[in-house]
Design a protein around this ligand. Structure first.
Ligand SMILES: NC(=O)c1ccc[n+]([C@@H]2O[C@H](COP(=O)([O-])OP(=O)(O)OC[C@H]3O[C@@H](n4cnc5c(N)ncnc54)[C@H](O)[C@@H]3O)[C@@H](O)[C@H]2O)c1
Length: 347
């Protein structure tokens, strides 16, 4: 059974050390966060989710066993002091993650992604109970591939204020780990996709255009290449980093090692649905200073976490499309004034 009771790939690969552990998951109602929360719940962990529900959804977690929900902002010192108290592990996912939004709200991105992360790790250090902090970073901190596959030594040349804010958080976490001898790990997922959609990322965007009956897909830069990891695999890597001792002080990439262009991604989804489509450029979707290529070298995750991706793109896309057929999506946003093209779920 997976997190929706629809077939299980899941707790394969997670050691049985997680039962009864007290774990705080920030952003635990979000896309990746709800999968982390679901996997921990199945392992018998005592999970507290802290989320402000700007994009996360209570319905993604409210049927899970052993999960307590606290509504709050990761930038709120008192809330974080209270939420971290008596926890044993903190997995920090809360962030503003959708790149097109950061063109318009760079300061909000920096506040939540950089300052919020510092606030959370600082209170973990102060708590005296939290024995491990996991920072969820992003492959976007690397900028476009100078070589591939990209290992953790790849230069960090971020292309968006989102990526800059994530890199600032990573560096602060690493520095605080050193300054305080504090056991923190940094996980860098490449693009993730799967059920429990919260943002108009490219996989659900293509799927929704197809499910809405479009035969001409309206897309931006279809030559961009990304490395797509099914969310169950991403979440498992994040959890493993929270319990594996060798992860402390390390930055660990998580991806499949396979580069796929957005064009190929669209055609693969059309094929799953048995559809013939054409693709038309929608100039409004072109991102300024876009990242051309991201392909992950996951050798370090394999060595340190004993992790490898288990779900193929074909299987993962089919699971995602099935989920989208059964679950109407609406995107929530804390802001006004988004470019409507990104936030529409209609055709
Ligand atoms: N989805 C990907 O492909 C991907 C890839 C690499 C890294 N990441 C990182 O993974 C993490 C989760 O991203 P996601 O894709 O699941 O997006 P998401 O929007 O679903 O998750 C973010 C969660 O954080 C919550 N949140 C936002 N601001 C908050 C605040 N100020 N206080 C408390 N909660 C807040 C949201 O409500 C949401 O539940 C982020 O840190 C993101 O940078 C995502």
């Amino acid at each position: 059974m997976n997190s929706f009771g629809e077939g299980n790939h899941l707790t394969r690969g997670l050691p049985g050390k997680l039962a009864d552990l007290r774990i705080l998951v920030t952003g635990g109602a979000g896309f990746i966060g709800s999968e982390v929360t679901a996997q921990l719940s199945r392992q018998g962990s005592r999970v507290t989710v802290m989320d402000d529900f700007t994009s996360g959804k209570i319905e993604y977690i409210n049927s899970l066993d052993g999960v307590t929900v606290v509504r709050g902002d990761v930038c709120d010192r008192e809330k974080i002091a209270s939420a971290t108290r008596d926890q044993e592990i903190v997995i920090h996912l809360a962030a503003m993650p959708f790149i097109p939004d950061c063109y318009y709200y760079p300061e909000d991105f920096f506040r939540v992604n950089a300052m919020g992360s510092i606030n959370v790790i600082w209170h973990c250090i102060q708590s005296k109970s939290v024995e491990r902090f996991v920072q969820v970073s992003s492959s976007e901190v690397y900028g476009t591939a100078l070589y591939e596959p990209m290992d953790e030594k790849h230069p960090t040349l971020p292309h968006s204020t989102y990526a800059v804010s994530k890199l600032a958080a990573d560096r602060a976490v690493f520095t605080m780990h050193k300054e305080h001898g504090y056991p923190a790990a940094i996980v860098r997922p490449f693009n993730s996709y799967g059920p429990r959609v919260t943002q108009p990322y490219i996989v659900p965007e293509i799927a929704l255009q197809l499910l809405n009956g479009r035969n001409t897909l309206m897309l931006g830069n279809v030559d961009a290449i990304r490395d797509f990891t099914y969310v169950e695999d991403t979440a498992r890597a994040i959890i493993l980093a929270s319990i594996e001792k060798q992860a402390v002080g390390e930055t660990i990439n998580v991806g499949t090692g396979v580069g796929v262009s957005i064009r190929e991604l669209a055609l693969q989804q059309a094929k799953i649905l048995g559809r013939e489509v054409t693709i038309q450029l929608d100039e409004k979707r072109l991102r300024p200073y876009d990242v051309g290529k991201l392909i992950c070298d996951f050798g370090k995750a394999r060595r340190i976490l004993n992790w490898r991706p288990m779900i193929s793109l074909e299987e993962g896309l089919a699971l995602t499309i099935d989920w989208l057929k059964a679950h109407p999506i609406s995107y929530r946003t804390p802001f006004a004034g988004w470019p409507s093209v990104y936030r529409s779920t209609g055709s």
